[in-house]
Design a protein around this ligand. Structure first.
Ligand code: FAD
Ligand code: EPU
Length: 293
């Protein structure tokens, strides 16, 4: 780890191991830029970069990555949930801006307490708002695009605001190109009651009971054609398969877990085994940094 320095516009910059920022607990070093405003973000994007959210969908190489890694902090990780009077009605509210760096689990809990509905289906997803929007993270009970009014996107060319209807979004896909940063969003929420939102949340939470509790980047593959990839991997007899410190979870076969000391190479090995043994083409849900051939 290196001593922190400040960029021209005041972003804190420090070389750090990325494992600490991922739910798998794997990943070598990179130059991390902690950006707190648009000027710092624009500066960080001047040379090749990657944007890191909650690190809950990433398998990062043990050698780390050569690009800058950007983390949204400060005001870009704050939330203004006040209803905008000009856009809110007795049934629906539109909030102020919610930073891309805001942790999704805390936001979902707060919305429940406020009796605001639309995002409770995303309960239990350990993402940041920006990463969850970029992926359109969700469950069978709801997804991020159920609760969006506007999205602010930053690219090296500048800042723009889009409406969800401007995007070609779908299952685990926002239609926002890779490398375009979701800096802030405004939420569109239905007025309900804390009890009603909690009841729906509990329902979605039940579906997680069978998921492993160990370090993991979530589901490895998207569900092909609506069929559970976990079920297909399970039927191929692969639960419990181990390479080094990584294992296909006995609880749910679409999760690879870190038993302690797993490396990215161990995880890549298991992904190859799965692809070879499951006879159906499956698209990877996680992202490998750097990308693998
Ligand atoms: P990261 O993992 O940090 O990054 C993933 C991708 O998003 C990268 O390309 C990154 O560059 C990009 N990104 C991150 N932040 C931004 C931003 N601000 N702007 C633009 N791009 C950005 N997913 C589901 O959909 N449903 C589930 O039920 C679910 N359950 C999970 C359970 C567990 C225990 C775990 C560990 C993961 C689970 N996931 C689930 C996977 C994961 O949480 C989602 O894919 C989530 O959207 C990743 O968001 P993140 O902020 O962690 O992004
Ligand atoms: N199943 C098996 N064996 C397994 C896993 C699942 O037989 O090893 C069976 C289950 O018994 C069930 C069916 O497959 O009958 C569906 O399983 P589950 O309810 O766990 O749903 P899933 O389709 O496997 C999806 C998402 C999860 C999300 C859950 C709950 C994908 C790739 N996965 O899993 O999202 O949490 O539904 O809504 O869409 C993620 O995306 O990272 C993720 C964890």
């Amino acid at each position: 780890m290196s001593a922190a320095t400040l960029s021209r516009n005041g972003a804190r910059v420090e070389r750090q191991p990325l494992a600490r920022y991922t739910t798998l607990g794997v990943g070598g070093p990179a130059e991390v830029w902690f950006v707190a405003d648009h000027a710092q973000l624009a500066e960080a994007m001047e040379t090749p970069y990657r944007i890191l959210g909650g690190g809950s969908n990433l398998v990062i190489a043990d050698e780390g990555v050569s690009e800058r890694v950007i983390r949204l902090t400060g005001p870009l990780a704050e939330r203004d949930l006040e209803p905008d009077p000009a856009l809110s009605t007795s049934e629906e509210i539109v909030t102020g801006w919610v930073g891309g760096g805001v942790p999704l689990p805390g936001l979902v809990r707060t919305l429940q307490k406020l009796g605001l509905s639309n995002l409770e289906g995303t309960v239990g997803i350990p993402a940041q708002v920006g990463g969850a929007v970029w992926m359109n993270a969700g469950t069978r009970y709801g997804e991020m695009f159920d609760g969006l009014h506007a999205i602010e996107i930053v690219t090296p060319e500048g800042v723009r605001q889009v409406s969800p209807t401007d995007l070609n979004w779908g299952y685990r896909n926002s239609g926002i190109p890779r490398g375009h940063v979701v800096s802030r969003v405004r939420l569109k929420l239905r007025r309900s009651t804390p009890e009603a939102v909690l009841a729906k949340m509990d329902f979605a939470d039940q579906a997680r009971k069978g998921q492993p509790k160990m370090k993991t980047p979530g589901c490895a593959f998207k569900n092909p054609g609506g069929v559970s990839a976990g079920k297909l991997i399970d039927e191929a007899g692969l639960k419990g398969t181990r390479i080094g410190g990584a294992m296909i979870a006995p609880e749910h076969a679409n999760f690879i877990v870190n038993l302690g000391g797993a490396t990215a190479t161990d995880v890549h090995g298991l992904l190859t085994v799965i692809r070879q043994r499951v006879g159906v083409p499956m698209e990877l849900e996680y992202e490998l940094w750097p990308e693998q051939p």
